[in-house]
Design a protein around this ligand. Structure first.
Ligand code: ZN
Length: 132
């Protein structure tokens, strides 16, 4: 829930800020978990079907290119990591509770400062209401 401060800017509640930071952290951990799972699957497939995959690449290209392409097995995990984290960053930028209403900077990276001071760590202005 967004509240209007005395200065006319919206400030959020501590619970809303903590909830938004927790959701961001859970989403990032999910992406890291899926990335790790993708890496394990790619390595397992690479080990299980090593001769078949190398044979396919060697038949399509040549032995040197086949060996080089075998080294690209972890690429799907990198793609999952880059796409997933960029999607979550994009979602975080659209979450009002994670953005300073004064300077517009993202606050999830400095959440301990924000929670302790109730102020933005970049511009110093209030972003979380004080308990009444
Ligand atoms: Zn700010």
């Amino acid at each position: 829930m967004q509240l209007l401060s005395l200065e006319g800017f919206c400030v959020t509640t501590l619970d809303d800020f903590r909830g938004a930071c927790g959701a961001y952290r859970r989403q990032m951990l999910t992406v890291f978990g899926i990335t790790l799972l993708t890496l394990v699957v790619a390595i397992a497939v690479g080990i299980a079907f090593k001769s078949e995959i190398r044979g396919f690449f060697t038949h399509q290209f040549n032995a040197a290119v086949g060996d080089a392409l075998m080294g690209t097995m972890p690429v799907p995990a990198v793609i999952v990591l880059l796409l997933g984290s960029s999607l979550i960053q994009r979602r975080a930028r659209r979450t009002a509770a994670l953005r300073c209403p004064h300077c517009g900077k993202q606050l999830e990276g400095i959440q301990t400062v924000v929670i302790a001071t109730r102020n933005c760590g970049f511009c110093g202005k209030q972003v979380i209401e004080w308990p009444s």
